[in-house]
Ligand binder design. Structure first.
Ligand code: SF4
Length: 327
C-alpha cells in the first residue's frame, strides 16, 4: 500500500490538533525565542543526540563566551572544545566553529538562507540546514530528525515493526505536504515536541496524544489489544514483544558504548580539556590515563584513535605528543 496523506478534511484537523496541543504544552526553551541563525545553529548542533536538559545550561554558558558568530569564528579551537564539555560528540564543536569561520570568511558573516547553500557549510547536513531555514528564516521546509521521523512514521505507516518501506526518500515529500502553509516554524517545533514528550521511542503515551485518531500505529496497537482480550495469544505477544525489543536495544546500546572507540575518543578529549592551554602529553602518558591496562601493545591502537581525532580537527599531534588545537 503506498504511503499517503489523510484526505484534506482530516489533514486540516490533524494540523490544527497538533498546533493547538503545542500552543498549550510547549516547553519554554531559549532557542524558541530567537530567529538568529547563529543561535539556532548552536542549539541544533548541541541538541543532536543530546537531551534538552543537558543542553540548556551549556547553551547559555556557550553563548556567554561566544555571543556571536565572529567571536566563535576567531576563538582558539581548544577553547571551543573546552566549552563543549559535558555534551559529548566533540566533533560537533569543531564543525560548529568551521561553519562559523566559513560564514564569516565567505559570506561576510551573513548566513545563507537557502537549504542547498546551507548544506555547503562544513558539518551541516540536510537536517541542520532544514532546521536553520525553518527556525531562523521561518521557511516552510520539511526535514527529518529522530523524533520527527518516528512520529511521522507511526502516524502515516504504523507500528515501528511494520514491514513497509518508509525511508526518508518516501517520508520527506509527505512531511513537506503536511506543513500548514506559513506555519512551518510552529509545525516542525510541534512535531519535535510531540516526539520528545508524548510519542517517545520506548513508551508512546497514546492516550495523551492529540493525534491518536489519525495514527496508523495507534489503530494497529488498539486492534491488537482488542484481539488480545478476545484470546489471541499471538497478538498479545505483539505488544509485549515490541516493548521487550525496545528495552533490549537500549540496554545493548549502553553496554556496547563502554569500551568502544567512541568511548575512548571521548575520554581522550576529556583528559586534554583539563590541561592548561597548549599543554601536551606523550602517548604513554595519555594511554595510561584512559585505560588502566595500557601497555606498549596498545600504542598502535592509540595512534589510530588520535589520527582520527586529528582528522576531525579535535587534537594536534606534535612530535609524538598530543594537545588540543591551538589555532
Ligand atoms: S497516537 Fe501514539 S503512536 Fe501515534 S503519534 Fe500519538 S503517541 Fe505516537
Amino acid at each position: 500500500m503506498p504511503l499517503e496523506l489523510p484526505d484534506s478534511h482530516d489533514l486540516t484537523l490533524l494540523q490544527q490538533r497538533l498546533i493547538d496541543w503545542f500552543a498549550s504544552t510547549a516547553r519554554d526553551l531559549p532557542w524558541r525565542h530567537t530567529r538568529d541563525p547563529y543561535r539556532i545553529l548552536v542549539a541544533e548542533m548541541m541538541l543532536q543526540q543530546t537531551q534538552v536538559d543537558r543542553v540548556l545550561p551549556r547553551y547559555t554558558a556557550f553563548l556567554e563566551v561566544f555571543p556571536g558568530l565572529e567571536t566563535l569564528a576567531k576563538a582558539p579551537t581548544a577553547t571551543v572544545i573546552q566549552m563543549w564539555a559535558g555534551l559529548g560528540y566533540n566533533r560537533r564543536a569543531v564543525n560548529l566553529q568551521r561553519a562559523a569561520r566559513v560564514v564569516l570568511a565567505e559570506h561576510g558573516g551573513i548566513f545563507p538562507q537557502d537549504v542547498t547553500r546551507l548544506q555547503q557549510l562544513p558539518g551541516i547536513g540536510p537536517y541542520t540546514a532544514g532546521a536553520i531555514a525553518c527556525f531562523a528564516f521561518e521557511q516552510d521546509v520539511a526535514f527529518m530528525d529522530t523524533n520527527i521521523r518516528r512520529v511521522l512514521r507511526r502516524i502515516l505507516v504504523g507500528p515501528d515493526s511494520t514491514n513497509q518501506p518508509s525511508g526518508d526518500r518516501l517520508l520527506l515529500p509527505l512531511a513537506q505536504a503536511l506543513i500548514p502553509p506559513g506555519q512551518g516554524w510552529t509545525w516542525n517545533q510541534a512535531l519535535m515536541e510531540l516526539g520528545a514528550l508524548i510519542c517517545t521511542a520506548a513508551a508512546p503515551a497514546c492516550q495523551r496524544c492529540p493525534l491518536r485518531v489519525h495514527c496508523h500505529a495507534y489503530t494497529a496497537w488498539r486492534n491488537a489489544d482488542e484481539q488480545a482480550f478476545s484470546g489471541s495469544a499471538e497478538i498479545i505477544d505483539y505488544t509485549t514483544t515490541r516493548q521487550r525489543t525496545v528495552r533490549r536495544v537500549a540496554e545493548q546500546r549502553g553496554e556496547a558504548f563502554v569500551g568502544s572507540n567512541r568511548y575512548y575518543r571521548g575520554r581522550l578529549i576529556a583528559i586534554l580539556r583539563e590541561l592548561a592551554p597548549g599543554t601536551t602529553l606523550s602517548l604513554p602518558q595519555l594511554g595510561a590515563q584512559i585505560r588502566a591496562d595500557y601497555t606498549d601493545d596498545h600504542q598502535s591502537w592509540l595512534q589510530s584513535l588520535l589520527a582520527g581525532l586529528a582528522r576531525d580537527g579535535l587534537v594536534e599531534l606534535v612530535d609524538d605528543r598530543v594537545r588540543l588545537p591551538t589555532e
